[in-house]
Write a protein that binds this ligand. Structure first.
Ligand code: SPQ
Length: 452
């Protein structure tokens, strides 16, 4: 048995060794957290940097397994990358047409963002490539990107007629399309925008609701011909080289969300989260928690790399149940698991609907969030498109992450208010998006123990 989360984390990230987290509920929590660099922005900084001409410098790059998968794929495509060294990455981009045919199968690991965004890039190359991922990623739907990419002229094959990875892509010359997404998705939108760089003319993409817009912001800063009007984005085939950027990646609000909820529900809790990304396409969680009665103070601190940032202070609050649906969903999709924990500690009923997309994440987050929280005594009912939760006390239990990082951290937050000890099996997956999660819990005074 190993104790102390801090020393073991790096080795575990490399070896992906099995690990359980054992958490005892604290009397209170207090402290300051610097959330990890934003995962979505880190992926995009690396990919757009690889297509730019010149040296892209990234500070605060998320060194989680997903973003490391993106760097590995780019290196296999011939891109020269230094780092990450303590969050610093240098990408020596050689332009839009500089990628090389990979000698090996590209491995996106557990990362949907890596596979979907790179599919858009690979579709417009002059070479052949194959991209695959782990068991979870190989079961996630890819038809949402392969179908529109095919209508741009891409040649893509995969299992189930192109819906499942491994995807095999013969790069081709692309023609622009006008495409309306059936469901809001930043990954599909971004894949098509990246493919649009290689198309001959203007690609037009419309979403039913706005999803995160980091690709649009970064492409614009790099000199792409991109315009945004309400829910429609237009991009023209890129004629000039993309400019390399100097970027400081803001803190990830999706990582911060675990501590936002923890601060609200743990008695006498008070947490300050520093330099968090406040992009309005990501701040749905703040709006919902405030509507539930959370005591949250946001102090804006301007912009970093074209993204608004600020500090967020949260303290223990009396929460009320609420309804979450519609345009809010894409603005907090990854925070719904931990929102469910907040709802277990709220007075009354919380109804989350219009969120069927949760079934297609690293796991089916509707059924597994319910299944694991029920083990801790939650009154939670899975619905076809969401969750129905009634406030109820929680108790410690042996629970499982099912390999899903966000489910792992959600259960850790639930453990903070559960009576007795909670054992979280398969907690090594937390390294996918938040390598210092357990260390940050300890920083707030929580007793967290690792067990091999
Ligand atoms: O990359 P991956 O595995 O798809 O990651 C997740 C997550 O929980 O970290 C989803 F499972 O986040 C997605 C998010 O749900 C990251 C993302 C992005 O960076 O563009 C967009 C969202 O997905 P989608 O399908 O709505 O575009």
């Amino acid at each position: 048995m190993t104790q102390g989360v801090i020393t073991g984390s790096f080795e575990r990230r490399i070896k992906n060794a099995k690990m359980n987290l054992i958490i005892r509920p604290p009397l209170s929590i207090k402290g300051t957290i610097d959330p990890p660099g934003d995962k979505s922005i880190s992926h995009r900084a690396a990919i757009i940097g690889a297509l730019a001409e010149g040296e892209t410098r990234i500070d605060g790059f998320l060194e989680g397994a997903d973003c490391l998968s993106t760097l590995k794929c780019l290196r296999d495509l011939g891109v020269v990358i230094e780092g990450p060294y303590d969050g610093q990455v240098i990408i020596r981009g050689k332009g839009l047409n500089s990628l090389k045919e990979p000698e090996t199968v590209l491995d996106a690991g557990n990362s949907g963002t890596t596979m979907r965004l790179l599919s858009g890039v690979l579709a417009g190359q002059s070479f052949y490539s194959v991209i695959t991922g782990d068991e979870s990623l190989r079961s996630r739907p890819m038809g949402r990107v392969t179908k529109p990419l095919r209508s741009m002229g891409a040649k893509i094959w995969g299992r189930l007629g192109g819906d499942l990875a491994p995807l095999s892509i013969q790069g081709n010359s692309l023609t622009p399309i006008k495409y309306t997404l059936p469901v809001a998705s930043a990954q599909v939108k971004s894949a098509l925008l990246l493919a649009g760089l290689f198309a001959n003319g203007e690609t037009v993409i419309t979403e039913p609701h706005r999803s995160r817009d980091h690709s649009e912001r970064m492409l614009k800063a790099a000199g792409a011909d991109i315009t945004i009007e309400d829910k429609t984005v237009r991009i023209k085939g890129q004629e000039k080289p993309l400019k390399p950027l100097k970027m400081k990646i803001p803190g990830d609000i999706s990582g911060a969300a675990f501590f936002l909820v923890a601060g609200c529900i743990v008695p006498r809790g008070i947490i300050l989260l520093k330099d968090v990304n406040l992009n309005p396409t990501r701040t749905g969680i703040l709006e919902v928690l405030k509507a539930m009665g959370a005591q949250i103070t946001v102090t804006p601190k301007g912009e970093t790399s074209g993204e608004p940032i600020g500090d967020i202070e949260v303290s223990c609050s009396n929460l009320q149940g609420t309804e979450v649906n519609g345009e809010l969903i894409p603005r907090l999709i990854d925070e719904i698991p931990v929102l469910a924990v907040a709802a277990t500690q709220a007075k009354g009923k919380t109804i989350i609907s219009d969120a069927a997309e949760l079934k297609f994440k690293e796991t089916d987050r509707i059924s597994l969030v319910a299944k694991e929280l029920i083990k801790m005594g939650a009154d939670i009912l899975p619905q076809p498109d969401g969750l129905l939760i009634k406030g109820s006390p929680l108790h410690g239990a042996v629970v499982d992450t099912h390999g899903d990082h966000r489910l792992g951290m959600t259960l850790a937050v639930a453990a903070l208010v559960a009576k007795g000890v909670t054992v979280i099996r398969g907690a090594e997956c937390i390294n996918i998006s938040y390598p210092n999660f357990a260390k940050d819990m300890e920083r707030l005074g929580v007793e967290v123990r690792e067990e091999d």
